[in-house]
Structure formats: structure tokens, C-alpha cells
Design a protein around this ligand. Structure first.
Ligand code: UDP
Ligand code: MG
Length: 313
């Protein structure tokens, strides 16, 4: 696929006014040093600070800057998707706005891609400045996901990466509402590789990924790429039924043959509570999948655009 622009950089923005100026300077320098034609696509994901005004000002002063302002906060993955929908580059980079992903690494991703890859992602060696709980949950999540999915989704990797326009094209053909981009990109295939880097601390501002958003993201990743929880529910159901059948035989034996039935209140309570718990968990798992199914069936647009600056406007 030939393209007029060599590189598109997609930057999702949620309350990043403190980081935008430096980010813009560093990205511009990287792109200019690479000597390629480029566009910077800022996607404002319902920021409550001055991020939107800042990106408009940047776009006024620099024709390489484009922006999309979403009507509210749709979440990181959807903000990136809005950027992907507009990217015109032959190669497309996704980068966080908080300078945790060093913009200069895009040059290394670029060189690596020249060796003949369609996707080069950046894998984090270190993640300083993040809470132990975030590090632990992320570590457990990536490994759990890797062990229950059939697609090999790289561990310890965010969305910081460089992709060929070909990959972006196929990504845009995937209509699901619950985006788990790194999984979808793995699923697409072609030649993918990675380079390692030390993640930086957030330059300014605070994280926009609350634990609630992280849990939703993790559930989206698992349900989009694995039926394991459903299988686990079935397996648990069978196992518990098996055990229940044995207990039933034992109870009948006690009642009819050995006449040793005791006032089994405790065992009764335990089994009722246990079975009740298992049933609720199982229904919950099924509910997670059905909820996502129904949202996809509704076919709503993924996001709403309030305002945008296209390349030639
Ligand atoms: N972000 C977004 N929408 C959100 C949350 C975050 O567009 O609802 C952006 C944010 O501005 C940043 C990137 O997504 O560019 C990563 O978010 P953040 O740094 O808050 O996440 P963390 O690094 O803490 O996981
Ligand atoms: Mg961050």
C-alpha cells in the first residue's frame, strides 16, 4: 500500500495538558530526524483540562498536527481506534502521551521494521514509578491471558508500537466494541517482533487508568480472546455434580441401609452455600459474555466525534 505520508503517530489524550508541549517537541524532533513525512494525530478522549485547546493551538501552528476531539471519555482503546481510523501513514505508531513511552524509541522501532517486519512492538524491561499493586496485577494478568488464549499475545507489552498500514487496514475491519488492540494485532499475524526498553515514569499529571478501567480492560482482553472462563464454568459444574452424586449415594446408604443418618444440618448448609456460590459464579461468567454479545449486536458507533482537523482542512 503506497501512501503520501510515511509516518502517522497516534496519541490518545486524557488530561495531559502538563505533558503535551514536551511531547509535541520530542515527537517532532524524532520525525524530523528520521527525515520522513509525518502527521501527529492527537485524540482528545474527553479531557477535563486544557488539553483540547492546547492541541488546537499546536494544529494552528503546525500543519503536521491533526486532532480529533471525542464527545466524552470513551477510554484509551477507543481513543486509539479513533486515531487509527484517520491515520494515513504508510507506517503507524501508537504512543502514550505521558512520556512513559520515550518518543525517541520510534526511531529504533522504525529501523527494526526496515529489517522486514509488519509490527514492531516495544516491550518493557522496567516500569519505575508505578504502584506495586499495578505492577503485580499487570504481571499476573499478562501471564494468565497468555496461558488461556490461543493467540500468543506478547507479555509486558502495552500499545506502544509501530505498524505497517496493511496491519492497520485489517485492524479497522475488526468491528468489535470491546477493543483489546494488542490482542487483535497479534491475531492479525504477519511478521511481528519487538525491541525492549525501560519504561519511564509519568512526566506530569496523574494516571487516567483507574482500577475500574483496568478491570474492564482485563475482562475485555480475556473475553475477546478466550473461552476458558466458560469452559472452567462447565468443568466446575461437572465436578461439583460428580461430588454431589457421591454424597447422594452416601446419604441414601445411611438412610436405607445402615440407618445412621444424623441431624446433618451443618453438611446441608455447607453444600447449599457452596452450590449456590458456584452457580452464581457460573452465571456471572456467562453474563459477562452475554453482556458483550448484546453490546456488539446493538451496533452503536464506537465513538462520537465533536470536532476534528483533517489533514487538508
Ligand atoms: N488515556 C485515554 N483515555 C483514558 C485513559 C487514558 O486516552 O480514559 C490515555 C492517556 O492520556 C495516555 C494513555 O492513554 O496517553 C495511557 O494512559 P495512562 O498513562 O493514564 O495509563 P497508565 O500508563 O497509567 O497505564
Ligand atoms: Mg502512563
Amino acid at each position: 500500500m503506497s501512501s503520501a505520508i510515511d509516518l502517522s503517530v497516534i496519541i490518545p489524550i486524557y488530561n495531559e495538558e502538563a505533558n503535551l508541549p514536551t511531547l509535541y517537541q520530542r515527537l517532532t524532533k524524532v520525525a524530523q530526524d528520521l527525515g520522513v513525512s509525518y502527521e501527529l494525530i492527537f485524540v482528545n478522549d474527553g479531557s477535563r483540562d486544557k488539553s483540547a485547546d492546547l492541541m488546537k493551538a499546536l494544529a494552528m501552528a503546525d500543519t503536521a498536527v491533526r486532532y480529533v476531539i471525542l464527545s466524552r471519555n470513551f477510554g484509551h482503546q477507543i481513543a486509539v481506534s479513533a486515531g487509527l481510523d484517520r491515520a494515513l501513514g504508510g507506517r503507524v505508531a501508537i504512543i502514550d502521551a505521558d512520556l512513559q513511552d520515550p518518543p525517541e524509541l520510534i526511531a529504533d522501532l522504525w529501523t527494526k521494521m526496515d529489517e522486514g517486519f509488519e509490527v514492531v512492538y516495544a516491550r518493557r524491561r522496567k516500569r519505575p514509578g508505578e504502584s506495586w499493586l499495578k505492577l503485580l496485577t499487570a504481571k499476573v494478568f499478562y501471564r494468565l491471558l497468555a496461558s488461556i488464549t490461543s493467540v500468543s499475545i506478547p507479555v509486558d507489552t502495552g500499545d506502544f508500537r509501530l505498524m505497517d498500514a496493511k496491519v492497520v487496514h485489517y485492524l479497522k475491519l475488526m468491528p468489535e466494541q470491546h477493543k483489546f488492540l494488542r490482542g487483535q494485532i497479534s491475531w492479525i499475524g504477519f511478521r511481528q517482533t519487538y525491541i525492549e526498553y525501560d519504561r519511564q515514569e509519568r512526566a506530569g499529571g496523574v494516571t487516567g487508568y483507574t482500577y475500574a478501567k483496568m478491570i474492564k480492560f482485563a475482562m475485555d482482553g480475556i473475553t475477546s480472546f478466550s473461552d476458558f472462563p466458560l469452559k472452567l464454568a462447565t468443568f466446575t459444574g461437572f465436578t461439583i455434580s460428580g461430588v454431589a452424586a457421591l454424597v447422594l449415594i452416601y446419604a441414601l446408604y445411611g438412610k436405607l441401609v445402615s440407618h445412621t443418618t444424623v441431624d446433618g444440618w451443618a453438611s446441608l448448609m455447607v453444600s447449599i452455600l457452596f452450590l449456590g456460590g458456584v452457580q452464581l459464579v457460573t452465571i456471572g461468567i456467562i453474563g459477562e459474555y452475554i453482556g458483550r454479545l448484546s453490546q456488539n449486536v446493538k451496533n452503536r458507533p464506537l465513538y462520537i466525534v465533536d470536532e476534528e482537523k483533517k489533514l487538508d482542512s
